[in-house]
Design a protein around this ligand. Structure first.
Ligand code: 0X9
Ligand code: ZN
Length: 418
């Protein structure tokens, strides 16, 4: 039996780490801190005009930016930083190790799982596995149905899981998009855990039962399916979609810059090679169009719209594209304060919160601004989940449950207070 489990683990590790996967061994993540507006400007320009992989985008003076580089460019990059007197430290010394450990953790959990669900909601899963789980849930649980909001560039379904005890009642909706950014695996995992929590608690847990009797719950666990599949098969650090850009050898659009809210402004790039490439025109992409249509289908009923991202532990509201504050900002702030209070009360995880442009950086064409500005949803937020840089996007699976629990506690507290 023991031998069998060990053999299975090795088979799974081998299956995940197929030869075509990018090997990140020797890659580092640097944390740079701009101290002057000029230094900040330099980092921003660098990000928007190259394919350099910022894990945390340059935000403001005295706020760190995390940069992933390979071993060969270490000398060049640190020299570039030194020439501009930008201080840095090494945040992650060998990304290859983290990658390997992640695969081992996932495989080990898989081998040990003996539950009766289609997937172990305490682990990370491929696009196909998540779809199988949702299909199974919809087939076996009368309050669950699925809606396909469209297909991705490569033809994968963009699926919304709908939890409703009475669809004809047109109840207020809580809307969630997850994994718009492919590598932010904890976001999809958190949404799946919440789906599982709601669907298995309905009828037995009084708090959940009340929340389902009062509201409809809608989740898009994998909003960028092609990018997500690519992070499993080829490049664990992929962020964008997988569209082939005309006239460029660089692939992909940042879905979270392709919405019609300040589209094309600061904090988005016109360079297809940049990780924040906005695309040629708002909603040029199938993935952003699918989200636009899914949320528009519930126009007038959406009470909260939450975009799940990672990492850096922040709760963010509109606007992203301007530092102007929306007239409802005091109400948004109140809601965020309650959410973060309940989140932090769970395990002590520290979050910052406020409007996007001031709290993190100006970002144009983002979901949260579109949901607020064009759909009229006041309670529209982006949450940057765990952690603050120890693992970055490779948050170990044993943090899925605590991350999901604290986030869910924050959301419930907020929903009960608005
Ligand atoms: O830059 C982004 O798209 C988000 N950060 S991430 O590190 N996950 O890429 C932040 C976007 C914040 N904007 C809103 N949607 N409000
Ligand atoms: Zn993100």
């Amino acid at each position: 039996m023991k031998l069998c489990v060990i053999a299975l683990i090795f088979a799974l590790i081998l299956a995940i780490s197929s030869a075509s996967r990018i090997n990140y061994s020797g890659n580092l993540v640097l944390r740079a801190i701009p101290e002057t507006p000029e230094q900040l400007e330099f980092l921003r320009d660098w990000e928007s005009t190259s394919s350099i992989d910022f894990w945390i985008l340059p935000a403001a003076v005295k706020q760190f930016a995390d940069i992933r580089i390979n071993a060969e460019s270490y000398a060049h990059v640190t020299q570039l930083l030194a020439e501009r007197n930008i201080s840095h430290k090494i945040l992650i010394a060998d990304l290859g190790q983290l990658d390997k450990k992640e695969q081992q953790n996932i495989a080990l959990r898989r081998a040990l799982y003996n539950g009766n669900k289609a997937i172990d909601v305490e682990n990370y899963h491929t696009y196909e596995e998540v779809m199988a789980y949702l299909t199974d849930l919809a087939n076996t649980n009368p309050i669950v149905s699925l809606k396909t909001g469209g297909t991705s560039e490569e033809g994968r379904d963009i699926v919304q899981a709908i939890i409703s005890s009475d669809l004809s009642a047109n109840k207020p909706v809580h809307f969630f998009d997850c994994n718009i950014h492919a590598r932010e695996w904890i976001t999809g995992a958190t949404c799946i855990w919440i789906i599982d929590q709601i669907t298995s608690g309905y009828g037995s847990d009084p708090e959940i039962t009340a929340l389902v009797d009062q509201y409809d719950w809608k989740f898009i666990p994998i909003a960028n399916p092609d990018g997500y599949a690519y992070t499993w098969n080829t490049d664990r650090n992929w962020r964008k979609t997988r569209i082939v850009n005309n006239g460029s050898t660089c692939i992909g659009v940042d879905v979270n810059r392709n919405f019609l809210a300040g589209f094309g402004g600061t904090g988005s790039s016109g360079d297809p090679c940049s990780n924040t490439f906005r695309g040629n025109v708002a909603f040029s992409e199938k993935e952003s169009s699918a989200l636009r249509d899914l949320i528009a289908a519930d126009r007038g009923r959406v009470k909260t719209a939450v975009s799940m991202h990672s990492y850096s532990q922040m709760f963010l509201s509109a606007y992203g594209y301007t530092t102007d504050l929306p007239p409802e900002y005091p109400e948004m702030f109140r809601a965020m304060e309650i959410a973060v209070g309940a989140l932090t009360a769970t395990y002590g995880t520290k979050y910052t919160y406020g409007n996007t442009a001031v709290t993190i950086y100006i970002a144009s064409g983002v979901t949260t601004d579109h949901y607020y500005e064009n759909e009229g949803i006041v309670h529209s937020y982006t949450i940057e989940l765990r952690d603050s840089g120890t693992y970055g996007f490779q948050l170990p699976p044993d943090q899925i449950v605590p991350t999901a629990i604290e986030t869910w506690n924050g959301l419930k507290a907020m929903i009960n207070a608005i």
